[in-house]
Design a protein around this ligand. Structure first.
Ligand code: 5GP
Ligand code: MN
Length: 342
């Protein structure tokens, strides 16, 4: 993939006049959100910028090991107003790994209070909203971390990717491609992984930190959800699972514990589409996954006020769990009737 030269030139020009930088990523940040933010922050700091990384709410505990993650300001619970001040003072605001301000929840309003900062999007989701001064939007990119690596190569050089940046970038490249297994992987992604590996990062250790660092209760919760909560319908091709607050309490649920569960039904040969519904205080979080041509981005947009990628999308439901599941089953039927599940 190529980043257009005029985009890099525009980015360089914007950065020349911007000392104070804010890097924002999305609610329920994942490895790609955090990894891309931290790597981009590191290279900008090295070039003399004052950088603050901000996320709307806390990241899952299995990302604790990521280099410099303690520098990320978590807006929810930021009683000292560090995020608010950084946003107010910023000359430039980077939005990484999300495509609409709705993914920032309450933080979106704070951003609007700064009308002088330039806004730059670096992202790989479909259908980005248009309110940016510069858009580095590449929906074909397998992760935002891969995009950031490309941008650093183009703006500076390959050698500018340090070992700590490489570790952070590797996390996002690995997690957003399902451990380098999705159809989004390309030969150039593996070239970039080779660049990262050459910095001396410990890949098996990163892998263990991300995928094998859960609690016992998370393993038991997983067994419970698959055994007791997975419902399969539409002739064995569509699945859904759900978690209520009571169930979460029973298994000592921590944020991030149900991450990845939604993929599991797709290990069944005939399965085409899977959904996971997780109860939050004010809404139900909807996670969708699909195989091949089945477009859950469209499904999420149409029926759950969300979006994402073709094979991985999400949204929200403001109905009860029971109603949400009924709604899902009805929408699947409608989707199928239009030939969208073939
Ligand atoms: P996950 O199921 O891992 O939370 O999300 C899968 C994909 O869907 C991610 O790329 C994410 O950005 C997108 N997504 C998740 N929730 C929402 C949402 O509420 N709104 C939109 N527009 N996209 C979402
Ligand atoms: Mn991503």
């Amino acid at each position: 993939m190529q980043i257009a030269k005029d985009k890099i030139d525009a980015l360089r020009a914007m950065l020349e006049n911007s000392r104070r930088v804010v890097i924002l990523s999305h609610t329920n940040p994942d490895g790609d959100a955090i990894g891309s933010s931290l790597a981009w922050a590191e290279v900008l700091k090295r070039h003399g910028h004052e950088v603050t990384c901000i996320i709307p709410n806390k990241y899952p505990y299995y990302l604790d090991f990521m280099p410099d993650i303690e520098s990320v300001v978590i807006y929810k619970g930021d009683n000292d107003g560090i995020a608010m001040k950084a946003i107010k003072d910023a000359d430039i605001i980077f939005c990484l790994d999300f495509h609409t301000m709705t993914r920032l929840d309450g933080l979106g309003d704070i951003i609007d209070s700064n009308q002088h900062a330039k806004r730059v999007l670096i992202d790989h989701h479909l259908d980005p909203s248009e309110d940016f001064d510069l858009m580095l939007s590449y929906p074909k990119a397998s992760s935002t971390c891969y995009l950031v690596a490309l941008i650093v190569e183009n703006m500076y050089d390959t050698a500018s990717i340090s070992a700590t940046m490489a570790e952070n970038l590797f996390v996002g490249m690995m997690t957003d491609t399902g451990n380098f297994a999705f159809s989004s992987v390309t030969p150039d992604l593996f070239r970039m992984v080779s660049v990262l590996a050459a910095t001396g990062i410990d890949i098996p250790n990163i892998h263990n930190n991300v995928y094998n660092s859960f609690t016992e209760s998370r393993a038991r919760l997983f067994g419970y959800v698959i055994n007791r909560k997975m419902r399969i319908f539409h002739n064995g091709t569509v699945a859904h699972m759900s978690l209520t607050e009571e169930e979460m309490r029973r298994f000592w649920f921590q944020q991030g514990d149900s991450e990845g569960f939604v993929n599991y039904p797709l290990t069944i040969k005939k399965m085409k589409m899977s959904a996971m519904f997780t109860q939050h205080t004010d809404f139900i979080r909807v996670s969708l996954r699909s195989r091949g041509n089945i477009d859950v981005n469209l499904f999420a947009q149409r029926y759950f006020n969300g979006g994402g990628h073709k094979n991985a999308a999400g949204g929200k439901s403001f109905m009860t769990m029971e109603e949400t599941i009924k709604h899902y089953e009805k929408c699947v039927k409608e989707f199928a009737a239009e030939g969208m599940l073939n």
